[in-house]
Design a protein around this ligand. Structure first.
Ligand code: BGC
Length: 419
């Protein structure tokens, strides 16, 4: 049993089970960005469960890892007065839409299923607006992971997975010398920012991460630690192949699968890709936290926009109920690469990477080293995140010095906060 005292007070499986047995007869149009192999498989589980209850599912996938294209599409739909019924949304974005009065709450479903008792309190808070649930979480993803091809490492003479960035650099040098791309990467702003935040955690630690990337403390943003973080990001830039620009993240994962590349630094949705391709963890691929102590948290959730029609409102309730059912949380997360958001779903059928993620999550809560992902919209408003992404990408694609990067970053964040 993996239930953590720190994370929950009581369990009410029975309530959730009986709730999920209700019939649907509703309709949902679901806007999401899960279009890669592993992602499509995972969201397919939700569609299946919804249809099994008699509901009609209208799929609105918007391709583009990290969800930036989906968020643009969402804004256009809302401006046109035609929002989708359910939308994959997260972190402060949930609050931003709720503040605009765009969301329906699903508090009655949450009461019935006793969500407060089965969600980590920190996650429950993110799902609520003015004390009511306006979102239902499907998972807990970890961002600070690296994925490796054991054969490629062996060929290059890398015997151990790196636990410091210096060790990572040494392993990458060996891969490079062996003619293997050290780091599979897709040059898209959110992927660059994913590397950046993992590096910040590793170089500066969780307290520094929090000060710089969550609290936006000007001193932290301009500190030597931040300069060092950019220095390491510059090292990583030297380890990607010449064709990295614009590459989708799942194509980078495929490079590791094929042994063309040694490592990929990416959240555990990458594991969903390996699994969808029939690869076996600890055999065909390795999972290992990026150097650093902590856990960079990312959680996907669905929100329910204000729509007309009994049928659609009923659909929202059924979807919320299903998302939070223990059965769904298990099948979905087995496919997605993440772990359940509910704390009472046994992990017996999950692989070693998921178990490690769970153990490290509990340790991070205990040691206060759990930090929300900036790159994946868990930490700061979209406008501020946009500044991080622009600067980090500009740095990655130029010969900007780390000192200049730090100055420009601090100035951009200040501007965003003043607006
Ligand atoms: C989401 C994941 C998704 C990934 C790549 C992240 O921001 O949280 O669910 O798989 O982007 O698209």
């Amino acid at each position: 049993m993996h239930i953590c005292k720190a994370m929950m007070a009581a369990v009410s499986v029975a309530g959730a089970l009986s709730a999920s047995a209700a019939r649907a007869d509703g309709t949902v149009e679901v806007l999401h960005w899960w279009t890669s192999g592993g992602e499509a498989k995972a969201v397919g589980e939700l569609k299946k469960a919804f249809e099994a209850e008699g509901g009609e599912w209208i799929d609105s996938p918007i391709a583009g890892g990290g969800g930036d294209a989906a968020m643009t599409a969402l804004r256009a739909r809302v401006v046109a007065g035609n929002p989708p019924t359910a939308v994959q949304l997260k972190g402060p974005g949930i609050q931003e839409w709720a503040e605009q009065g765009a969301l329906n709450d699903v508090q009655s479903v949450a009461d019935e299923g006793n969500w407060d008792a089965v969600l980590p309190p920190a996650l429950a808070e993110i799902m609520k607006y003015q004390g009511k649930y306006v979102a239902a979480p499907v998972n807990i993803h970890r961002v600070d992971w690296m994925w490796a091809n054991p054969e490629a490492l062996k060929k290059a003479g890398v015997e151990e997975m790196p636990t410091t960035w210096d060790e990572f650099n040494a392993a990458a040098d060996k891969l490079q010398a062996a003619g293997i791309v050290p780091l599979a990467h897709g040059g898209q702003p959110w992927q660059d920012a994913t590397l950046f935040e993992d590096v910040v955690l590793g170089i500066g630690g969780a307290d520094f991460f929090r000060k710089a990337l969550v609290e936006l403390d000007p001193e932290a943003l301009t500190s030597d630690m931040m300069v060092k973080s950019f220095d390491q990001l510059r090292k990583l830039r030297g380890y990607v192949d010449p064709n990295f620009s614009g590459r989708d993240w799942n194509l980078a994962t495929a490079m590791v699968m094929r042994g063309e590349a040694g490592f990929q630094i990416m959240g555990d949705w990458a594991k969903g890709e390996f699994l969808a391709a029939g690869k076996v963890p600890e055999q065909d691929f390795l999972c290992w936290p990026t150097p650093g102590k902590g856990f960079v948290l990312n959680s996907d959730s669905f929100t329910f926009f204000k729509v007309e029609g009994e049928d659609r409102i009923e659909g929202q309730k059924v979807l919320a109920r299903l998302i939070m059912s223990p059965e769904f949380q298990k099948v979905f997360n087995l496919a997605k690469g993440s772990i359940p958001a509910r704390t009472d779903v046994p992990l017996d059928d999950f692989d070693a990477c998921a178990k490690r993620s769970h153990a490290d999550l509990l340790a991070a809560i205990e040691n206060d080293t759990l930090v929300p992902s900036m790159a994946h919209e868990m930490a700061v408003p979209r406008s501020v995140r946009g500044e991080f992404l622009d600067l980090v990408t500009a740095f990655f694609n130029s010969d900007m010095s780390s000192e200049d990067a730090v100055k420009q970053l601090a100035a951009a964040i200040k501007r965003a906060q003043e607006n």
